[in-house]
Ligand binder design. Structure first.
Ligand code: NI
Length: 226
């Protein structure tokens, strides 16, 4: 399931991030790519662990924690520190699957990458190309979001970034381990949560709210891994 989190960052936060990123140290994006992905990855990214990446990563993690939509959709257990990349001058990232297990460089803790996230930091009108193409069983979805908006998509999917032929596409990207490993189960919990919220809004005090909320929590209890 592909889920958009609109306006995760405010325009002021996006502008601040772009200014700080201009001051960061940028390296070849191949450094964090696995063996297959290295052959198709052509971009630049901020050095992992760079103080500016850490500072902006904290900003993003704070915004995620305050987003009920993100929490409901991702049911996050661990979020990998956000990284930052840039595509310009025809740069692209060909079709690949993300590495399944990643290690936090600071603690050595491992994370299973259930979900991938791209936070767009450039307005779509400022560059051509650069769509994120995500393949699932329903076909290929081509995504290009406003600056400040986030796309969550299954890390299991084949995906690619189309060549950027004008301007530059700057984004943050990261992975997370969800309490719910399976994309289908996570999607059903998200749908159920949304339905319960709508019921509470449209019919406050409806007698079905209580048992449905119970089912939600009991499914979460059955399926969650921590
Ligand atoms: Ni990827």
């Amino acid at each position: 399931m592909l889920i958009t989190i609109p306006d995760l960052l405010t325009p002021e936060q996006v502008a601040h991030a772009r200014t700080r990123l201009n001051e960061a140290q940028w390296v070849d994006g191949k450094v964090t790519a696995g063996y297959q992905a290295q052959t198709v990855k052509k971009n630049a990214q901020v050095a992992e662990g760079h103080p500016i990446a850490q500072e902006l990563g904290e900003l993003i993690l704070t915004a995620l924690a305050r987003s009920p939509l993100f929490m409901s959709a991702a049911l996050p257990l661990r979020v990998f520190p956000p990284m930052f990349n840039s595509y310009a001058g025809g740069q692209t990232f060909g079709a690949h699957v993300d590495t399944a297990i990643r290690t936090f460089s600071t603690t050595g803790q491992r994370i299973r990458t259930d979900l991938s996230a791209t936070l767009f930091l450039t307005a779509p009108e400022d560059y051509d190309g650069g769509e994120l193409d995500v393949q699932d069983t329903y076909g290929t979805h081509s995504v290009k979001l406003p600056a400040g908006s986030l796309l969550l998509y299954p890390a299991t999917s084949l995906h690619a970034v189309r060549p950027v032929t004008r301007g530059a596409r700057v984004s943050s990207f990261f992975w997370l381990q969800s309490m719910i490993r399976d994309d289908g189960q996570r999607g059903m919990l998200f749908d159920l949560d949304n339905a319960i919220q709508r019921l509470a809004t449209d019919n406050p005090g409806h007698p079905s709210s209580l048992p449905l909320t119970g089912v939600y929590h009991n499914l979460l209890r059955q399926w969650a891994e921590m």
